[in-house]
Design a protein around this ligand. Structure first.
Ligand code: THU
Length: 137
């Protein structure tokens, strides 16, 4: 499963928006939805899930990756993230590290106004700490 065809972009955008509608973000009121495409063409979604103990809050991207892994996905092929930010926000540092575990793939950042920015995992996190570093020791 390679590439980010127009059909998949639309499907991922719809899936991320639907997940965003389920975000649990009563503290920040900043709802985020994410949808990842796995190597088999399956889509997995996540939303941010906040907690009254703020530090336990989990971002949409990491929840989407966890859903993909739990469903048997491993290599990821694409990610769409929808935030309410103008211009669209890019993933936090912790999420960048988690994304890099599953390869270098295109990332589309979007918002509900229709603004879009295309980037990639390696652009978001150059010089990542990854398995190759462990293998080199
Ligand atoms: N958040 C995400 O879900 N993804 C991001 O890329 C940035 C931030 C969440 C965490 C928290 O629930 C809220 O947005 C405000 O930081």
């Amino acid at each position: 499963m390679t590439g980010f065809t127009e059909e998949f972009v639309e499907r991922l955008l719809r899936a991320a928006e639907a997940a965003r509608a389920n975000a649990h973000a009563p503290y920040s009121e900043f709802s985020v939805g994410a949808a990842v495409l796995d190597e088999n063409g399956a889509i997995h979604v996540g939303c941010n899930v906040e907690n009254a103990s703020f530090g336990l809050s989990v971002c949409a991207e990491r929840n989407a990756v966890a859903a993909a892994v739990a469903a048997g996905g491993r290599g990821l092929a694409a990610l769409v993230v929808i935030t309410p930010a103008r211009p669209p926000a890019s993933p936090c540092g912790a999420c960048r590290q988690v994304l890099a575990e599953f390869g270098d793939f295109p990332v589309l950042l979007a918002n509900p106004d229709g603004e879009r920015r295309m980037t990639s995992v390696s652009e978001l996190l150059p010089d990542a700490f990854d398995r190759s570093v462990l293998d080199s020791s």
